[in-house]
Write a protein that binds this ligand. Structure first.
Ligand code: AP5
Length: 214
């Protein structure tokens, strides 16, 4: 059993690296961003509510997110472990997760912080192409798919996320520094934080991440 968390700014490479962790450890990725985007395309009430926040580059309210995670962690496929991606993003979410995991009799094994400075983030996000079906991330220049417009993992169509504009990135970075970055200290205090230089090539980031996990 391995319970992991990927931590970092928007565009730091969490979704990209999650795919390699899934392949190696056979545990599911739990991306709150992917879950919210699926709810938006299904047109659910929760999705419609979340859409306003996402498109403005703001965080979705904690109560919605905590409810999503509670339901997701209770699913059968999480019994062998999981990779949290994009959650928690506020102190309230981190505290709720701690209570939830304690009740389930489990703990986090490692939080991997992918360190990327703000000045690299806009280029990464505005060049991103994402798979409509499996949520895999590519980049037109830095991490292109093998076949243009098609996902390497499932063959799905690649698209540009609505929140991947230069204007929204500024708001997302502001939310990250104000509300999420303080969680670095929260997990450092608990002795589970590990850091990887996220500015390296995708394959080198993966190599360093695997080395940390042993
Ligand atoms: P979410 O989907 O979680 O977006 P995010 O955190 O902003 O993260 P991204 O998906 O943008 O980035 P990533 O780190 O996964 O990077 P990626 O691997 O794609 O959330 C979206 C929105 O939903 C939020 O703004 C918020 O509104 C809401 N939300 C979600 N969770 C929430 C929560 N818990 N609480 C409240 N609200 C929540 O890589 C980025 C690009 O860089 C790609 O093009 C990739 O190919 C490229 N790249 C990756 N690695 C490298 C590398 N090493 N070198 C060069 N390029 C690279």
């Amino acid at each position: 059993m391995m319970n992991l968390m990927l931590f970092g700014a928007p565009g730091a490479g969490k979704g990209t690296q999650a795919k390699f962790l899934i392949e190696k450890y056979g545990i599911p990725q739990i991306s709150t961003g992917d879950i919210l985007r699926a709810a938006i395309s299904e047109g659910t009430e929760m999705g419609m509510e979340a859409k306003k926040f996402i498109e403005a580059g703001q965080l979705v309210p904690d109560s919605t997110i905590i409810g999503i995670i509670k339901d997701r962690l209770a699913m059968e496929d999480c019994k062998k472990g999981f990779i949290l991606d994009g959650f928690p993003r506020t102190l309230a979410q981190a505290e709720a997760l701690e209570v939830l995991m304690k009740d389930m009799g489990i703990a986090l094994d490692k939080v991997i912080s992918l360190n990327v400075p703000d000045e690299l983030i806009t280029d990464r996000i505005t060049g991103r192409r994402m798979c409509k079906d499996c949520g895999a991330s590519f980049h037109v220049e830095f991490n292109p798919s093998k076949v243009e417009g098609k996902c390497d993992y499932c063959g799905g169509e690649l698209y540009i996320r609505k929140d991947d504009t230069a204007e929204t990135v500024a708001n997302r970075l502001e939310a990250y520094h104000a509300q999420t970055a303080p969680l670095f200290a929260f997990y450092s205090e608990r002795g589970v934080m590990a850091e990887v230089d996220g500015t390296q090539d995708v394959s080198k980031v993966t190599e360093d991440m695997f080395a940390l996990l042993g």
